[in-house]
Design a protein around this ligand. Structure first.
Ligand code: BEZ
Length: 348
């Protein structure tokens, strides 16, 4: 007997709903199974046995790599060895853009992404590059714990991308291949490498330089071959990348601070027990504090090291860049109330 059309349609709909329910259930079961496997451990603690992937762009002797190692040590110690990191330094897993995509897809669990790179997708991040706002790393680190810094962190855009915290490297300096720049107008016409980032580009343009957005791995050869005349960089990377082989001058300007954002995949984190999340957070906090403390004590040592490699090392203060600071504040305060508030609160 021929079934009525209405009956057939209802049957098909029910079958479809059943298949969908089965699929979503199988995900839930997987999570539940994982969770119970995570929970069943001899200490009775709700900690998963997990190896997380962490990626970053710096070499293994940069502070960010040391912070990653400290994060790993703390994770292992606090989880009775159940949680650990597999660390991929030096852009082994690709550029910052690649790493962000992989964190979003869940194939990398944590990454250190420069706030400079993120400022192109999350304009509020530009607040951190207001020139000469912080005297030292400790001041910037203190600022990172305030409500306004947390609000900026929460603005990171990306599917499933979550900013956990700020991790600082040394402040920014300027390295020149062959010209000793002593005043802002000496920058006129110089091709200056910057991390591709709108606020950095704006600052150098304002001084009459021609900023070139170049990622870190391309800088050495660009300087060597004269594609650039100088660069915006930290002392750490100047040492670890051996720029003294291809450049003569270091102006210790400390004109900007240099945070990275520790990002994670929100789904991965939310899928963990509260206890496991707390271990991750506490371990990360220990690594961040270690980096600020260690790096703060290395300023003089790094300047001496570069001088001993034959570079001329000299200081340039905020008075040299007065006009550029004013221009930056005016332009970026007009872009966002959050940036305006940030500058007002922290510029002393
Ligand atoms: C840079 O692009 O200049 C940079 C990135 C990460 C750490 C240090 C420097």
């Amino acid at each position: 007997m021929k079934k009525p059309l209405k009956f057939t349609l209802v049957s098909c709909l029910l079958a479809l709903l059943f298949v969908l329910a089965a699929c979503s259930n199988s995900n839930a079961t997987k999570e539940t199974d994982n969770k119970s496997a995570e929970s069943t451990n001899s200490s009775g603690r709700d900690i998963p046995e997990m190896k997380f992937k962490l990626a970053h762009i710096t070499s293994t002797d940069h502070m960010w790599h040391k912070a990653a190692e400290k994060f790993n040590e703390e994770l292992k110690a606090r989880s009775d060895g159940k949680m650990e990191l597999e660390i991929y330094p030096a852009s082994q897993l690709g550029t910052e853009a690649d790493m962000v995509q992989q964190v979003e897809a869940g194939s990398i669990d944590f990454a250190f992404i420069t706030a400079a790179y993120l400022s192109a997708r999350t304009p509020e991040m530009s607040a951190w590059f207001a020139p000469y706002t912080f005297k030292n790393l400790q001041e910037a680190s203190d600022a990172s714990h305030t409500d306004i810094a947390r609000e900026i962190l929460g603005k990171i855009e990306g599917t499933g991308l979550k900013g956990l915290d700020y991790l600082f490297a040394g402040q920014r300096t300027m390295v020149f291949k062959s010209k000793e720049v002593k005043k802002a107008s000496d920058l006129e016409g110089l091709k200056m490498r910057v991390t591709p980032s709108p606020p950095l580009q704006m600052f150098y343009k304002e001084a009459g330089a021609a900023p070139e957005g170049l990622p870190l791995p391309e800088v050495y050869s660009a300087l060597q071959t004269g594609v650039i005349d100088g660069m915006d960089i930290d002392l750490d990377a100047t040492i670890t990348n051996k720029y003294s082989e291809v450049a003569k001058y270091v102006a210790v300007t400390n004109h900007m601070v240099w945070p990275s954002i520790v990002v994670t995949n929100e789904r991965m984190l939310d899928g963990l027990s509260e206890e496991a999340q707390k271990i991750i957070n506490d371990s990360l906090q220990a690594a961040i504090a270690y980096a600020v403390e260690t790096r703060s004590g290395q300023e003089e040592e790094f300047k001496k090291e570069l001088a001993s490699q034959g570079m001329t090392v000299y200081e340039l203060g905020a008075d040299v860049f007065k006009e550029q600071i004013e221009a930056f504040d005016a332009e970026y305060s007009a872009k966002s109330d959050l940036i305006k508030q940030f500058i007002k609160e922290f510029r002393k």
